[in-house]
Design a protein around this ligand. Structure first.
Ligand SMILES: Cc1ncc(COP(=O)(O)O)c(C=O)c1O
Length: 351
C-alpha cells in the first residue's frame, strides 16, 4: 500500500520555508501551557496516566460531557486508527465523502476495508448523496465537519438528518478537528448523538489549541464502542507532558475565542485578496482555504511560484483536486506575503 502522503515542506535551496501546508496553528503555545509542561517535567520518570483522568475532566467540564465516555489518544489519528482496527474486518465497507480526509483511506487499506465515496458537489458534503451511496453492507460512515480540504461547513441539523436516515447498526464517525474555528452558529454540538449508541465524535488539540507536536486528540464515544476501542489502544500513548499541556489549553477558553477571531480575520483578508485576483476561494470555516485555479497547469505553476518565494502550500492532486491548492491561515505578515506573491504570479501568469 501507499504510505499516507505527507507534504514536502522544504523551500528552494538556502531559503527558510514558511510552511502553510499542514493546517498548524499560527502561534506557539501560551505561557500558561508552557508553564504546565515545565512543571510536569519533574515527574517525567513516571508513566503517564493511561486513563487521562485530569484531562478528561477538563474536557468534560468545558463541553458539559460525561467524562466516562471520553477517550484520549496520541492525536485524533490514533483514535481513528484504533476505531478502524476494532470495528472493521477485511472486505467490510466504509462510506466517506469525495474529498474526505485522506488518512481514512489509508486506514481502510490497512484493515482491508472497501471504501465507497459520496460526491461533494461544489466542494460541499451533501447528505442526500451520502444516503444515496449507502449499501446494505455499509458498516461505517465517515464525515469531516467542517471539511478538510474544502473548509466548508455542514450544518449540524443536516448531520442529525443523516444519522436519522442511517440504519441503527451503521456507525457514524464525525471528525470535528476544526470545529472550534466555526463562528458561534456551530454551538448545537452533536455529542448527544454519541450517547445514543452509534455515533462517535472526534476532536483534537492539534488545531485551535496549537499543540500539534504534542499529539493529543479526544473523542466522545458510546460506552460499548469505548470499551472495544480501549482494547486496541496503546495505554501509554499520550505522554504526561502532552496531557498537562492539553489540560491547561482546554482550561483557557479565552485563548480559544481569541485564536478564533485572529484566524477568522486573516482568513477573511486572504479570501478577499485572492478573490480580487479573480480566483475562486471556497468559503471556509477553518484555519485554511482551498483555492481553485481552474486548471491543473495553473495550480502547479502557482505552487512553484509560491515555493520559489519560500511559501509552502499544499497541492491537492491526492484529493482528486489537481486544480486546487490549500493554504493554511497564518500570521498577518505571512498572509500579506502570500497575497502579494500570488498577485505577482497572476501578473506573470500565462497559463
Ligand atoms: C480532518 C482532520 N482530522 C484529523 C486530523 C489529525 O489530527 P491529529 O493531529 O489530532 O491526529 C487532521 C490533521 O490535519 C485533519 O485535517
Amino acid at each position: 500500500m501507499e504510505p499516507y502522503a505527507l507534504p514536502d515542506t522544504s523551500a528552494a535551496a538556502g531559503l527558510e520555508p514558511i510552511v502553510l501546508a499542514q493546517n498548524e496553528h499560527a502561534y506557539p503555545p501560551s505561557a500558561r501551557v508552557r508553564q504546565a509542561i515545565s512543571d510536569a517535567l519533574g515527574q517525567a520518570q513516571l508513566y503517564s496516566d493511561s486513563d487521562w483522568t485530569e484531562l478528561r475532566s477538563a474536557i468534560a467540564e468545558v463541553h458539559d460531557l460525561d467524562p466516562g465516555n471520553i477517550v484520549c489518544g496520541c492525536g485524533s489519528m490514533e483514535l481513528m486508527s484504533a476505531l478502524m482496527l476494532a470495528y472493521l474486518s477485511p472486505d467490510e465497507r466504509i462510506l466517506m465523502t469525495e474529498y474526505g480526509y485522506l488518512f481514512m483511506r489509508t486506514l481502510a487499506r490497512l484493515v482491508g476495508a472497501q471504501v465507497d465515496s459520496a460526491a461533494e458537489p461544489d466542494y460541499r458534503v451533501d447528505v442526500d448523496n451520502i444516503i444515496g451511496a449507502l449499501r446494505p453492507d455499509t458498516k461505517l460512515v465517515f464525515i469531516v465537519n467542517p471539511g478538510n480540504p474544502c473548509g466548508s461547513l455542514l450544518h449540524n441539523d443536516e448531520i442529525r438528518r443523516l444519522r436519522a436516515a442511517l440504519p441503527q447498526d451503521v456507525l457514524l464517525l464525525v471528525d470535528e478537528a476544526y470545529a472550534e474555528f466555526v463562528d458561534d452558529g456551530f454551538h448545537s454540538p452533536l455529542f448527544d448523538l454519541a450517547e445514543q449508541g452509534n455515533t462517535v465524535i472526534t476532536r483534537t488539540f492539534s488545531k485551535i489549541y496549537g499543540l500539534a507536536g504534542l499529539r493529543v486528540g479526544w473523542g466522545y464515544f458510546p460506552g460499548a464502542i469505548r470499551d472495544q476501542l480501549r482494547k486496541v489502544l496503546n495505554p501509554g500513548s499520550v505522554t504526561s507532558l502532552s496531557q498537562v499541556a492539553a489540560r491547561a489549553a482546554m482550561q483557557d477558553q479565552v485563548a480559544v475565542v481569541e485564536a478564533r477571531g485572529l484566524i477568522a480575520g486573516q482568513r477573511d483578508y486572504l479570501t478577499s485578496a485572492i478573490g480580487d485576483l479573480g480566483l475562486r476561494v471556497v468559503p471556509s470555516q477553518t484555519n485554511f482555504i482551498l483555492v481553485d485555479f481552474e486548471t491543473d497547469k495553473r495550480a502547479a505553476s502557482a505552487y512553484r511560484f509560491l515555493r520559489a518565494h519560500r511559501l509552502i502550500v499544499r497541492p491537492m492532486a491526492g484529493y482528486g483536486l489537481p486544480a486546487c491548492l490549500r493554504i493554511t491561515i497564518g500570521k498577518p505578515e505571512q498572509m500579506q506575503l502570500t497575497a502579494r506573491t500570488l498577485a505577482e504570479w497572476r501578473r506573470q501568469d500565462n497559463g
